[in-house]
Design a protein around this ligand. Sequence first.
Ligand SMILES: NC(=O)c1ccc[n+]([C@@H]2O[C@H](COP(=O)([O-])OP(=O)(O)OC[C@H]3O[C@@H](n4cnc5c(N)ncnc54)[C@H](OP(=O)(O)O)[C@@H]3O)[C@@H](O)[C@H]2O)c1
Length: 370
Amino acid sequence: MSSKKPVIVYGANGFSGRLVVEFLREYNLPFIAAGRSRARIEDVMSRVPGIETANYEVAETGGSVEELTKLFTGAKVVCNTVGPFLYNGPRVVEACLKAGCHYIDIGGEQAWHRNAAENWGDKFAQKGLLLAPGMAYMSAASDIAVRLCLETEGIDTVEIISMFKGMPTFGSTQTIFAAIPTDAYYLEQNEYKPWARATAHEAIVPGQALTQLVLPWGGFPHPVWYKDHPQIANVKTLGGLLDRGIMEKVLATEKHFEENIRPLPKAEQEKVLAEMASSVQAGTPPRENSRVNRTIDVVYARGSMTSVQCTMVGNCTYRQTGLVQAYAAHVLVHGSPRTVGYASPCAALGHRDLLRTLENFGLSRAKVTS
Ligand SMILES: NC(=O)c1ccc[n+]([C@@H]2O[C@H](COP(=O)([O-])OP(=O)(O)OC[C@H]3O[C@@H](n4cnc5c(N)ncnc54)[C@H](OP(=O)(O)O)[C@@H]3O)[C@@H](O)[C@H]2O)c1
C-alpha cells in the first residue's frame, strides 16, 4: 500500500487551487499541495481557515515531466489548476499518464480540450484512467443542464449560454487572452464548424430584462464533449461576464488582435497577449461573495417536435470549481469513474450526483421547463 497521499493539487497556492484544497478538507481527503514555490504555497495554506485539521503536505516542484512524474507516482488523482492549460496542460497530462494517475483540470479552453481528446484520450482509456479537463464551474454546470434536457426524448440540438458576474483572476485573465488566437468551433450534425472571429451576439437570459452580450470565447468544451454523442448532433455555446461594459472591451480586444497582432509570429502573439492580460488584471480579486458573484447557465434544447429548457442558477464561480474538483477527487479515490479516457464531468461522475453536490453546498440549482 502506497504511503503517498492520494490527491495532488498542482497550483495549490492559486485562487482556484486554494479553494480545491478547502473542499478537499471538507471531504477529509489527504492531499499534497504542490507548485513551483514552497514559500508561496505555505503562505497561502497558512491562511486557509481550519487547515490545521487537514491531512496534507507541501511539495515544491520544478514542473518538468520527469519531476512531475516523480511527484505523482503513488497518488490516485491529480487536480491541475495551472493555466493557461493550452500552454501548461500537456506536461502535466504526460506526467499523469506515466505515473498512472487520473487527471482532472479546470481548463475550459476548447483548443486544449481538442488536444487532450485527440492526443491523450485513448492512452488514458487503455490504462483505465480518467482524463477530464474542464472539471470546473465552466462548463460542468452547463454539462449538467444539457444532460437534464436529454432526459426529454428526441432532443438532438442544444444552444448553451454560460455567464458569471465577478472579476476574473490573474490566471483566468491570462487564459481568456491566450484563447483569443485559437480556432473556436460549434457542432453541426456532429461536424466542427468555425465560429466567425471577433463577433459578439445578443443572448436572452431568463429572469433578466436586458439582453446580454456574449462571445464564443474560444468555443467552450461542449462541442468536443458531445462530438460523438449518440443523441446530440448540434451544439453552440456562447458566454462571458454578466457585464456589458467588460464584454464590449473583450470584443474590442478580439478585433484589435485580428487587425494588429495576428500578423505577428506565434511566440510574439503570445507575449503581447500575456502583457495585455497582465495590464487588465495583475493581482488577485477578493474572495467571492454570493450576493455579488452570481452564475447563470441556460440550455435551450430542441428535437424535431419537442423543446425543453434548463437553467442553472448559482453563485461563486471559483467556489463551484473548488467543489467540483474535490468531489471528483473523492469519487476517484474511493470508487471508480463511470467512464475512462477523455470525458466530461457528467460523463465521468453522473449529472444527478454532480447536481446534488452543488445543491448540497448551496452553490447552484437547476430548473427544467418544457
Ligand atoms: N473553467 C472554470 O470554471 C475555471 C474556474 C477557475 C479557474 N479556471 C482556470 O484555472 C486557471 C487558474 O486560475 P486561477 O484563478 O487559480 O489563477 P491564479 O490565481 O493566477 O493561480 C494560478 C496558479 O498557477 C500557478 N502557475 C502559473 N504558471 C505556472 C507555471 N508555469 N508553472 C507552475 N505553476 C504555475 C501559479 O503559481 P505561482 O504563484 O507560482 O505563479 C498559481 O498557483 C486559469 O487558466 C483559469 O482560467 C477555470
